[in-house]
Ligand binder design. Structure first.
Ligand code: DC
Length: 214
């Protein structure tokens, strides 16, 4: 199986580009952030802390037609995990070693069974250290905030640009400074900075890197 690992900070365009790259290659796309979000959603709904609740949580990623559906204890939660509340909650659950260990086998099994483009924060460093291609995808904080702001505004959100930028900066700090599997570029990953690039240009660069290395 061919495994492609894409890591990087929030709002770098990882999920869009990883999904489009998977489609171009005929691979499945796996968004691992959705797993942390599903754990967060369970804890939020039930008012519980994750440690102790993990044995009650059954998460499945259904990889179909290059899109991904997420199920939590049999319920499709693909849309429910995208709210700002769950974004905030997911950065509280993701530093916990128990949560990371709980989700590790699920991610590795997906990669064992599929040609996959997998995106996250620690895919190239921890989850798939032997991935065939590793890419660290980033963009300046301002550019990432503009993209996220436009996305939220299009959905009718009344959030301000400053709120979006502050939230991104906080998540970058949290993800990079945590003890367990912090966000960092694997030593053998190619860096792709998409600041100033259009989506099409970014995808072309991403596919160039993949096709050269895979
Ligand atoms: O990429 P995202 O915003 O959907 O990620 C949700 C949260 O999960 C975020 O706090 C980062 C964390 N995460 C992680 O720690 N490791 C991953 N492989 C993917 C996401």
């Amino acid at each position: 199986m061919i495994n492609i690992a894409i890591d990087g900070p929030a709002g770098a365009g990882k999920s869009t580009l990883a999904r489009e790259a998977a489609k171009a290659l005929g691979f499945v796309y796996a968004d691992t952030g959705a797993l942390y979000r599903a754990v967060a959603l369970y804890c939020h709904r039930n008012g519980v802390e994750p440690v102790g609740a993990l044995d009650k949580i059954d998460i499945k990623l259904k990889l179909k037609d290059f899109a991904q559906r997420v199920s939590l204890n049999g319920e499709d939660v693909t849309e429910a995990i995208r709210s700002p509340e769950i974004s905030a909650m997911s950065s509280r659950v993701s530093p916990l070693p128990e949560v990371r260990a709980f989700l590790l086998d699920l991610q590795r099994d997906l990669a064992k069974q599929n040609n996959v483009v997998m995106d996250g924060r620690d895919i190239g460093t921890v989850v798939l250290p032997n991935a065939d291609v590793k890419i660290f995808l980033t963009a300046s904080p301002e550019e990432r905030a503009v993209r996220r702001f436009d996305e939220l505004a299009a959905k009718g959100s009344s959030v301000t640009f400053d709120e979006v930028l502050n939230d991104l900066n906080k998540r970058d700090r949290d993800d990079s400074n945590r003890k367990e599997a912090p966000l960092r570029q694997a030593s053998d990953a190619s860096l792709l900075d998409t600041t100033g690039l259009t989506r099409e240009q970014s995808l072309k660069r991403l596919l160039d890197i993949i096709n050269k290395k895979k």
